[in-house]
Ligand binder design. Sequence first.
Ligand code: 8NA
Ligand code: MG
Ligand code: MG
Ligand code: MG
Length: 311
Amino acid sequence: DDTSRIEKARGLLFGLALGDCLGAPFEGKVGVTDADIVAKENATDTLPHTDDTALALVLARHLAQRRGDAREPEKFVDLDLLAREFADTWHAEPWRGYGGGVTTSFRLIVEGTPWREAIRAVYPEGSFGNGGAMRVAPVALVGTDSGQVAALARRSTEVTHAHDDALHGAVCQAVATHVALSLAPDEPVRAGDFVDSVRPAVPSPLWQDKFDRVVELVEQRADPAQAAAALGNDVSAPGSVPLALLSFLRNAGDPSAAMRFAIRAGGDTDTVASMAGALAGAHSGYATLPRQAVSRLEAAAQLHLYAEHLA
Ligand code: 8NA
Ligand code: MG
Ligand code: MG
Ligand code: MG
């Protein structure tokens, strides 16, 4: 129904932003405890976001403004316009913690270089960074099946990331978010079934192997350190998207615990917690997010606006 759709849309967007904001202060730190993270949740200061939320807001706005139909992704995501919107957003606030590759390509795009050329300036084979996956979750609110969601995920990613693994990572995160939206909040999540719903969208041996490991790690009740050792926790898409999926599946029904798991796994904490938060919020809904923290998000007003538009 409409109430649960809006509740889940808010959960998705606020989960994405909250994971980013809670994770950012712990980036690269070791020995972080649940108590350290809960203290951030319960503080009173504004929670500033990084590039992850900044670009997810751009994509959400782009999707909200497009005319047409998600069955025609070429009309729904305007590649030239989206590339320009991402680059302009970087240019307005370059201090939000962007990756080194996109910093160069965004500068070139702002200066007038066509995006297809700009995104191969640093890495001729294209970036395999997690920058497409970190911002992609809003497409799950627009596509009505996995095929549409995957097509929208690819289009929203290819304007910055040309490497197959960046595209696979974004498709994985988007389709997983779509599956999370489709499940009732009180329904138990079976990791094997959940992963099997995502697998067909990512037909790559590397990613299929990552999916196998995620299911094994859920069954073994892996802790965050074991999860990071087995799956990676870095800025690459294959080294972060599977860890986010595991963080969600190990803590289904408890978004705050999913984000804390992701942060305690270390490495690229803002991005992994953001992706885990989007999945967990899409499944459990806005009301299950820590209230004291969501009200302090820097982008709270915009997140409410786009949740209503896209729901
Ligand atoms: P990106 O495209 O610049 O990729 C991120 C990084 O991945 C690059 O700086 C490279 O180190 C590496 N990389 C990507 N592709 C290749 C390649 N083909 N060959 C060699 N190295 C490569 O930016 P992005 O938007 O994909 O990155 C997103 C991440 O950057 C997020 O974590 C976001 O929060 C931000 N960020 C990360 C860190 C961190 O080190 N954890 C710090 C600040 C910002
Ligand atoms: Mg970031
Ligand atoms: Mg970062
Ligand atoms: Mg990051």
